[in-house]
Design a protein around this ligand. Structure first.
Ligand code: ADP
Ligand code: MG
Length: 714
């Protein structure tokens, strides 16, 4: 099943996208002129000749040169012009980020005067806007990987473009291997690798014969780079001050500002403070012109994302506060000032914690230079780095460590196993650009073993086979199967959907108490955040016969946009579950069953209470505190054991989304790993490890070995 198969049934794609189509202020002539002014335009024919003459082509060009929006169109036009497609099948262009896939598809549709979902469309996880007419699709890397899982020869594609290859996400790296294999099986396939930086040689060396290199040369304007004297305590605060200072000093001079901030929360905070302070300064006359402050991050609605591209009203300065998406994926014209915190929120696998944790990290020198370059696209600019000059060479790595080397590999191991491949063999036969270490692969295999997805020998189990089918994190697909097992699939579907969207709870600093009171309406049993999510969902979406007729209380501190997203996701996973013979209607009145299903998937994250809100993970010994927004915070919960969904490391380590569990459940589920006993003068049940894992829940029963290539099995 591909994500493309998960279209929402009763919403015609065209209508829906018609409503979402961004307004364009550009006329056709203006659009054509802008296209022709792009550096890539002069190279059009040369690019087409090369691409069709060689199986793989590597294209490098600085950001904004027109790679993403133009090159796929050139190929589309060339195939259209030939009357019949030069190569039967479709053109896909991958993006590491959902927001970029959607944004670029919108833009290309506008440029072509087309309806999105017609000739040009996009597919991202849980959202497919394509039709039979679609020839050019912008997709996330994950979508293409899932399509290749069922059709590894890539027979239905004519041209596959891997865009933003320099980002080196886990999925980029996996795609490189999959496409290298596919090229050997599907002769007509054309692969184009596009990159914004000069990592091109590595990409070329990966393929044989060595593919041709096309360089799109641009001449950027000079950017003056300024650093702070010392390190900044509060990067939100110093970014706000820097923007206001630029605005004050520049007066009516044109030139917009791009701020590189960490993640959604910090961005929202920066925007709020900036707007408030700008209004005050405007009122007292310190500044003479208003600011138009716009956030930019992945979870923003498409229409809101498109706003960043519109010019500001006359006399107003536009300030875009963005994640690292604006580093290379999206190019906004008119930026003259860049304010760089030097930070990004990254998913990092932490060996001591034994899992991925979201962490605010310093960016690499390469990223910092990309950010700086954003100020010099249309005229000379300035970059204000909010860190001292010595930090650039002293603290920053030269380039970002590929995600594959800083993440849990469980998901890609599961994908490879499902395709009949061995992750270890992949590493040995040169199918990874930079192979992960043996330990990292073993660690991922142990993770899958904890989820019962692989046997002691590292072969996919029946559970693992089914898990791999769902476009979900392995923990969540395991939870789904456990929901079936404990006869509460309906409830578990809801929980999974709620865990698949950004936080639905909204807790502004000024109204923290009110937000807490509202949250507590759903934390009626104070031992599970997962159940609170379930209750909230039921409250918002289910017509309860007892309460119908009474108006529902309006929730002030719940992000309804994310709730609606969760509902759509739930419907899609439900349909997929049904297709795989599970019964999504099974429901239970026993909360314990739901908690067991949650625990089964989160065995790797069992933690024991040390004192108060402080817990330590049984398997890794990692310590963290329950966040103050949790239902369990400051509560006297009967059990000393919890499972947690996530670790977030900010000033300290927080356990996020937790549920209290009965130790007996845990030892019953995996007596090979856990055993219960009793401790203390007052007999209390305790949980301990039956087998001492050498590393992250390693089984004591022999090392987890990895299956050799075993094609017969499938
Ligand atoms: P590259 O992929 O080489 O970085 P792009 O194809 O993304 O370059 O961008 C080319 C040009 O298209 C840029 O000048 C950019 O400003 C413009 N552009 C891209 N998306 C939009 C949009 N949504 N609205 C207006 N202009 C856009
Ligand atoms: Mg691009």
């Amino acid at each position: 099943p591909t994500e493309a198969a998960t279209k929402e049934p009763d919403e015609p794609a065209d209508d829906r996208m018609g409503a979402q189509m961004p307004e364009t202020t550009q006329t056709r002539q203006q659009i054509r002129a802008a296209q022709q002014a792009l550096p890539i335009f002069k190279m059009r024919q040369g690019i087409l000749d090369t691409v069709f003459a060689s199986p793989v082509t590597v294209v490098v060009g600085s950001t904004g040169s027109g790679k993403t929006t133009q090159l796929p169109q050139y190929i589309l036009e060339a195939t259209n012009m030939a009357g019949k497609p030069l190569y039967p099948g479709s053109i896909v262009c991958t993006q590491p980020r959902r927001v970029a896939a959607v944004g670029v598809a919108h833009r290309v549709a506008v440029e072509r005067g087309a309806v999105l979902g017609g000739e040009v469309g996009y597919s991202i996880r849980f959202e497919d806007v394509t039709s039979d007419q679609t020839k050019l699709r912008y997709v996330t890397e994950g979508v293409l990987i899932r399509e290749l899982m069922t059709a590894p020869t890539a027979a239905k594609y004519s041209v596959i473009i891997i865009d933003e290859a320099h980002e080196r996400t886990i999925n980029t790296d996996l795609l490189f291997g999959l496409l290298k294999q596919a090229l050997g099986r599907h002769r007509g396939l054309r692969v184009i690798v596009m990159s914004a930086t000069l990592e091109a040689e590595k990409f070329r060396a990966f393929f044989s014969p060595t593919p041709p290199l096309i360089e799109i040369k641009t001449k950027p304007y000079p950017v003056e780079c300024l650093h702070t004297i010392g390190y900044q305590d509060d990067y939100v605060d110093s970014a706000v001050n820097q923007v206001l200072e630029i605005h004050r000093a520049q007066g009516a001079c044109p030139g917009d500002v791009l701020v590189f901030m960490t993640g959604q929360e910090d961005i929202d905070a920066t925007c709020d403070i900036l707007e408030q302070r700008a209004a005050e300064l405007l009122a007292d006359g310190t500044i003479a012109h208003p600011l138009l402050v716009l956030p930019m991050y992945g979870m923003l609605k498409a229409e809101e994302q498109m706003r960043i591209f519109s010019p500001p009203p006359p006399g107003t300065r536009k300030v875009i506060v963005s994640t690292n998406i604006a580093e290379t994926s999206l190019t906004v014209d008119g930026i003259v000032h860049v304010v760089d915190t030097g930070l990004a929120k990254l998913k990092v696998f932490s060996a001591p914690l034994g899992m991925d944790a979201l962490k605010v990290c310093p960016v690499s020198q390469a990223s910092a230079m990309q950010r700086t370059g954003r100020a010099g696209r249309t005229q000379p600019g300035r970059c204000y780095r909010l860190y001292p000059e010595t930090a650039f060479t002293g603290d920053l790595l030269e380039s970002t460590v590929p995600e594959l080397h800083r993440s849990n590999l469980a998901n890609i191991c599961l994908t490879l196993l499902k395709m009949g491949e061995s992750p270890h063999a992949w590493a040995e036969t040169g199918l990874f650009l930079d192979p992960p270490s043996k330990e990292a692969l073993n660690c991922a295999m142990r993770h899958l073993w904890m989820l019962e997805a692989v046997t002691d020998e590292g072969r996919l189990t029946r559970v693992g086979e089914v898990m791999a089918v769902f476009p979900l994190d392995p923990v969540l697909s395991r939870m789904l199967l456990a929901g079936e097992h404990y006869r509460c699939l309906s409830e578990v579907l809801t929980i999974i959907a709620m865990l698949s969207v950004p936080s639905v709870w909204y807790s502004p600093a000024q109204a923290a108490e009110k937000a807490k009171a509202e949250r507590q309406l759903f934390q009626s049993s104070p031992d599970s955040d997962h159940l609170a999510l379930l209750r909230l969902y039921s409250y918002v979406f289910r017509e309860d016969s007892r309460t119908s007729g009474k108006p529902k209380r309006k929730l002030q501190f719940v992000n309804m946009q994310n709730m609606v997203k969760a509902k759509k996701i739930r419907e899609q996973i439900r349909d997929m579950a049904k297709k795989y013979g599970l019964n999504p209607a099974t429901t239970t009145l026993r909360e314990d069953n739901i908690k067991k299903a949650i625990a089964r998937a989160l065995l790797i994250n069992v933690a024991e209470c040390e004192t108060g809100n402080r817990y330590s993970s049984l398997l890794t010994g990692a310590k963290g505190v329950i966040h103050s927004t949790s239902a369990l915070y400051d509560q006297n919960v009967a059990s000393r054991y919890i499972v947690f969904n996530e670790l977030v490391q900010t000033k300290q380590i927080y356990l996020r989304t937790v549920t209290a569990v009965d130790p007996n459940w845990i030892s019953d589920m995996r007596p090979d790993i856990f055993r219960t006993g009793s401790t203390g003068p007052v007999t209390r049940k305790s949980l301990a490890l039956a087998a001492v894992p050498d590393n992250l829940g390693a089984p004591s029963v022999g090392p987890v070995m990895v299956a050799s290539r075993d094609k017969g099995r499938r």
